[in-house]
Design a protein around this ligand. Sequence first.
Ligand code: FAD
Length: 383
Amino acid sequence: MAGKTVAVLGGGVGGVVAANRLRKLLSREHRIVLVDRTVWHSFAPAYTSVMLGQKVAQQISRDLRRLSRKGIEFIAAEITGIDLSRRAIHMDGQELAYDYLIVSMGTQYSVGDISGLGTASTYYTLEGAEGLREEIANFTSGRIAIVVAGLPYKCPAAPYEGALLLDHYFRRKRLRAEVEIRLLTPEPTPLLVAGKAVSREVEEILAGREIWYSPNTRLQSVDPEAKRLNLQDGIDVPYDLLIGVPIHEVPTVVREAGLAQEGGWVKVDRETLATQFERVYAIGDITGIPLANGLPLPKAGVFAHGEAEVVARNIAAEISAGERRWAFGGDGSCFLETGYGKAAYVTGNFYAEPEPDVRMRQPSFLWRWMKEGFIRTWLWRWF
Ligand SMILES: Cc1cc2nc3c(=O)[nH]c(=O)nc-3n(C[C@H](O)[C@H](O)[C@H](O)COP(=O)(O)OP(=O)(O)OC[C@H]3O[C@@H](n4cnc5c(N)ncnc54)[C@H](O)[C@@H]3O)c2cc1C
């Protein structure tokens, strides 16, 4: 059998797991080629720790070039085109031909039509979290507004986690009486996809911590001069520090390739992650997988990881034995840090019918400790 080339686009959570798993399962006559625009993989669940000065970028980043030691070829380049008919990837003047393709290119951020949103700080990128560290350390009084600019966004828990961690941060500094924390979001309830019970529990935690929670709120524009948020129905809200969760979109190059429709995500078979194109798979945040309750599967690393395992195993099985064997079942869990050294743990099956079967374990030191261990072992295991 001639050697095959599996191209993995994106060196984030899904891409790194897929490339590693394929390398373990396939003999060296087959090439595994991973492409990313940056050589640095950074682990987003720790961005809030960077924002609060508890971790620095080096602790949560790994060099993708290290994967070459395992026999994974890494190309640091901007992917500028995906030619599905010719089975070729275009990158800054180079071309890569593939037999199998895994697209794990995540989301691109935008400000949409919300003028002024670009002036918001954010912990949704590593650079943003690093910048916020300074702003928060120097913040002694005033109004902090965390605003979710659009749906869907990745990690449904992250805005809530940010608000709760900031609450604890300012209480520790004995400045909480001087600092107002507001969380504004278009969602009707927190973690809507996880069901009513989880939403209620998160709402109670927010209320107990005096976080001003404003669901069903759509941001129209930001006036950075006057430091005011313009919301729907002419309401406006003042702020001193604005933290934005940007609008998430499918990467332009993926849409241009015909893998996603305008404004939509990549459609896949929810068990095999196969796209409508032969031997082309999409995993992670880039996909749109509808659930029984009408909401999409959340964009979270835990799903990118699980999907990567399934796709890698099926491609390896097909190359070596000619059959597919694995199916992604929709299980997922995440930690929601609540401050005071604690975290809650949200876990369940998102493919369950008639609606996802998801529970929240109460905040405890144990879950926070487990999250810390998870971050360390994840980076150690895959690099
Ligand atoms: C603050 C925050 C906290 C989070 N916490 C959690 C958590 O606790 N648990 C959890 O499960 N999830 C969490 N997430 C979500 C998680 O990080 C994502 O869901 C996950 O990274 C998705 O993996 P992915 O492989 O689909 O995409 P990504 O990890 O985003 O990787 C995409 C990669 O593609 C590359 N790329 C894109 N376009 C191009 C191009 N044109 N050329 C070259 N390279 C390109 C990018 O550089 C990137 O490396 C969090 C996210 C944030 C922002």
